[in-house]
Design a protein around this ligand. Sequence first.
Ligand code: AMP
Length: 202
Amino acid sequence: MRIVFLGPPGSGKGTQAKLVSQRLSVPAVSTGDMLRIAVRTATPLGMKARAVMAQGELVPDDLMFGLIRERLTQADAGAGAGAGASKGFVLDGYPRTIPQAESFEKLLAEDGAVLDAVVNFDVPDPVLVERLSGRADVERRADDRPETVRERLRVYHEKTEPLVNYYRGKGLLVSVDAVGGIDEVAQRIERGLAARARQGAA
Ligand code: AMP
C-alpha cells in the first residue's frame, strides 16, 4: 500500500501514520522528522531548512524532492526511480504543495507505481490551535510558538489544502473526521482505507 496522509499541523497525522505503518508493515515516512534530524545534525539540507521551519514556512520543493527520492529508494520502501519492487509506505507530511504532488507522481511512475489512497485529516482550526499550543513540554517544538502556529495554519490553507481537491479529482481521497481519541480516529482510518480498497478492486 502506498498511502499519503494529508492534513493540517496538529491533526494527529504522525501518531496515526505510525499505527497504520505497524498494521500494514510498511514504513512510516515523516518528512518533518527527517528535516528535524537534518537540522539537529547540521547537514547541508538542515542548514537550509532550519530558519524556514522555525518560521512555519515550507522548505523549497526541489529540496523536498531530493529528500523524498532518496528515502523512498531505500530498501524498506522500494518505490521510486530504479528501485524495483515497491513495498509501500505511509507518507506523513509529503506532498504539501501541488508542484510536490506532481513531481511525486512522476517519481512513482518511473517505477510503474501509483498511490493507493490519500487520507485527509479533517480538524477545525480552533481545535488545531488548542492542540498545538497545549502540546506537553516534552513534545513541544520550536515551531509550536503561537505566532508560528498561526503561520503554519495559514501556509497549510494556502499551499496544502488545495491538494484535497487535487486528490479528490483523482479518486484517491479518503476523508476522515480526525477529532476524537487516538483509537477512534484509527478505526475511522481503517474503515476508510478498507472502503477505498474495495472501490479500487471493483
Ligand atoms: P511537520 O512535522 O510535518 O509539521 O513538518 C515540520 C516542518 O517541516 C514544516 O512546518 C515545514 O517547514 C517542513 N516540512 C515538512 N514537510 C515538508 C514538505 N513536504 N514541504 C515543505 N516543507 C516541509
